[in-house]
Design a protein around this ligand. Structure first.
Ligand code: SNW
Length: 278
């Protein structure tokens, strides 16, 4: 109480400008020190925390021993290493898709990586690295079922909440009855037990489920090249975005991207944009 009074009394005599200047000077020292110790603006400068998914194989998924792997995970680990972060300094956490971007926006993760397509709408709340993957949105359905968009009329179509598939289906598959799931695994069990007639997800994940459950087939592919997947970062964290972009382009130029693509998506054509330039 006494201190507050003394403080108020002393500063109330100074002109407002001087007071603001004094505040600014007080503030600048810790800020500069912070930029030096934490140039990438991380939540904890010693680690990169990454939100991802456990059931978006082969993009991002958990293995039986609980580790995250997949194309997006290995590409991110490679990029992180170029920024000076070893494997054990990158911490992955699985979340529902719909929570990933909000979690980056509110400072729970530094990054989200899970085949997350770049759109203007999403850029209203988070920033994206440059794109690293462009492919299709795919309808997966039991053999002999749906073969085209018209076939979806009156059918129950699964989508994972918050995905581009949900937005696309609401706009374009208007005759379908949309059933929203928190994740791919619950949608695919719905597909296998007949609760839904089809599930709408990313192409490589659809292909993977169809290999695991031979009755499930890839039925419809919708190009999503205008929304290439990027790493999601907090809005305005330009230092991290620029560092990621440089590392990402180095990984494309030295053939790392190509090697990982061939490993995780065998047989899928690779766009020139991501391949080494002569
Ligand atoms: O827009 C595509 C992109 O072209 C590439 O095929 C990888 O997937 C996308 O980013 C779309 N992915 C969905 C989305 O961003 C679903 C992501 C997920 O299920 N993990 O909403």
């Amino acid at each position: 109480m006494r201190m507050t009074q003394a403080f108020t009394a002393r500063f109330s005599r100074l002109p407002a400008v001087a007071f603001l200047l004094a505040l600014g000077m007080l503030g600048s020292a810790p800020l500069e020190a912070n930029a030096q110790d934490n140039p990438l603006g991380l939540i904890d400068p010693a680690i990169i925390s990454v939100g991802t998914m456990g059931d978006a194989k082969p993009y991002a998924f958990t293995t039986a021993d609980g580790n995250f792997t997949g194309f997006d995970i290995e590409l991110f680990l490679n990029v992180a290493e170029r920024l000076g972060f070893k494997k054990d300094q990158v911490v992955f956490t699985g979340q529902e898709f719909s929570a990933l971007m909000p979690s980056v926006a509110n400072g729970r993760f530094d990054i989200a990586a899970a085949a997350i397509g770049t759109t203007d709408k999403r850029k209203e709340t988070v920033d994206f690295s440059d794109g690293y993957l462009a492919g299709f949105l795919t309808v997966l359905t039991p053999d002999g079922g749906i073969t085209d968009a018209a076939g979806l009329n009156g059918k129950r179509l699964g989508v994972v909440q918050g995905t581009l598939q949900e937005i696309y289906a609401e706009k374009n598959f208007t005759g379908a009855d949309l059933v929203k799931f928190p994740d791919n695994n619950s949608a695919v069990s719905g597909l296998n037990n007949g609760t839904i007639d089809a599930h709408f997800l990313d192409y490589e994940a659809a292909k993977d489920y169809s290999a695991r459950y031979p009755d499930l087939k890839v039925a419809i592919n919708i190009p999503s090249f205008d929304a290439p997947a990027g790493f999601v970062i907090r809005k305005g964290n330009d230092a991290l975005r620029e560092a990621l972009n440089k590392a990402l382009h180095d990984a494309m130029q030295d053939g790392t991207w190509k090697t990982l693509h061939e490993k995780w998506f065998p047989g899928t054509p690779m766009p020139d944009t991501y391949l080494p330039k002569p």
